[in-house]
Design a protein around this ligand. Structure first.
Ligand code: NAD
Length: 397
């Protein structure tokens, strides 16, 4: 049964559900330009990128598209320098036509910066999640925002399952002992549990949320729950044996483990605030690999400190790179554990980098050739949202 459903999910029908274009046929209206300025904001790879050429998402390896762009006569600026008016990013924006940024080291394209970028026509997200662009401002200026949908969703779903397990099983306490010369089984086991018999729920049941529930099938959880304002096909829903709930409150009140898998948009920014976290079960676990700003940083740290949350894990932060004194670096539960944070890397495995580099290249080539984009990749275009995943809008969602 599962292989057939997988094929179905990978074929576009399920993808289109979350990303159905509002107008079936959209073409880029601009004349194919002869020479354009392209800028990529990527993370620094340093020694690792020199030693490992498959680290494509780095300033050193430039998504593997540098030679092609230059052979075609285009200008290609690649930088990690993205903060402040004197950064390479901001200084080059006014005459950039195609901007590529990656969620792992996002060049935050605010409404103000968009106003100062009259030539900008296309923003490409090398990865998934385009919240680093002010999408309403992009619409105002009819800038297309496209991402490589699906490119790293398996990578993230695997990370979610790993994070759930490491929290529930109190892995980090045991690992700390292993590498620090200690051996105190009771102090690990006093807060270690099985995932079997627990209730796990996802906020958002799109590509990642669905895959998380798929991957949890073998753990004999008491129940799997999902909340999403978009539907999923009946046979896809049936194959994961999960129950849909009608509200976020209903979800959080019932779950032992919550995993957040929705985009960051106006309706999800700060969604997990003190009040909502307060409605979660005492001693529950929260995993967020979606976007840091969906969770109120101080509220989560406080809830962990008080023991209301038993654990918090994820790879996304409200500011990236996170400052050295970010509360999520040092927060723990009353037993000094429960922190499963890592830098933002779940969706940038070497396997994922190949997929999102290829996908970004395809988006750019289509634009330069004046061809329409794959609708599944388009977030905003021609002044409107082409996806249903970035919040309910005017009853369209
Ligand atoms: P998707 O578009 O396939 O699914 C997102 C789902 O969230 C949609 O079904 C949508 O309806 C739902 N949703 C939106 N707002 C909601 C809300 N308020 N409540 C409940 N559901 C809501 O996207 P995806 O591929 O599953 O990715 C989801 C997000 O994960 C991305 O937008 C990105 O922010 C994040 N992500 C993180 C990484 C990483 O490396 N950590 C990598 C990829 C994606």
């Amino acid at each position: 049964m599962l292989p057939r459903i997988n094929t179905f999910i990978k074929s576009s029908a399920f993808f289109q559900l979350a990303r159905r274009p509002l107008h079936p046929i959209r073409t880029l209206t601009s004349t194919p330009p002869n020479m354009v300025k392209v800028m990529a904001v990527l993370y620094k790879g340093g020694k690792a990128a020199q030693e490992e050429p498959r680290l494509l998402g780095t300033i050193e390896n430039k998504l593997g598209i540098s030679d092609w762009l230059r052979e075609q006569g285009h200008e290609f600026i690649v930088t990690e320098d993205k903060e402040g008016p004197d950064s390479v990013f901001q200084k080059n924006l006014p005459d950039t036509e195609i901007l590529i940024t990656t969620p792992f080291h996002p060049g935050y394209l605010t409404a103000d910066l968009i106003e100062k970028s009259p030539k900008l026509r296309l923003c490409v997200t090398a990865g998934v999640g385009s919240d680093h662009v002010d999408l309403n401002a992009a619409n105002k200026h009819k800038i297309t925002v496209a991402e490589v949908s699906g490119s790293n969703v398996t990578s993230v779903a695997e990370h979610v399952v790993m994070s759930i397990l490491l929290l529930v099983r109190n892995f980090t306490t045991g690992h700390d002992q292993a590498i620090n010369g200690k051996w105190d089984v009771a102090s690990i086991a006093r807060d270690a549990y099985d995932l079997e018999g627990k209730v796990v729920g996802t906020v958002g049941c799109g590509r990642i949320g669905y895959r998380v529930l798929q991957r949890l099938q073998g753990f004999d959880c008491k129940e799997l729950l999902w909340f999403d304002y978009n539907d999923i096909p009946a046979d896809a829903a049936k194959s994961i044996n999960a129950r849909r709930v009608n509200s976020l409150e209903e979800l959080v009140e019932q779950c032992d483990v919550i995993t957040i898998n929705c985009p960051l948009h106006e309706q999800t920014r700060g969604l997990f605030n003190k009040e909502l976290i307060g409605k979660m079960k005492k001693g529950s676990w929260l995993v967020n690999t979606a976007r840091g700003a969906i969770v109120d940083a101080d509220a989560a740290a406080e809830a962990l400190k008080s023991g209301h949350l038993r654990g918090y894990a994820g790879d996304v932060w409200n500011v990236q790179p996170a400052p050295a004194d970010h509360p999520w670096r040092s927060m723990t539960n009353p037993l000094g554990a429960g922190n499963g944070m890592v830098p933002h890397y779940s969706g940038t495995t070497l396997d994922a980098q190949k997929r999102y580099a290829d996908g970004a290249f395809d988006i750019i080539k289509r634009y330069l050739a004046g061809e329409p984009q794959n609708p599944a990749n388009v977030i905003v275009e021609n002044g409107d949202y082409a996806t249903k995943a970035y919040g309910k809008r005017d009853g369209k969602a």
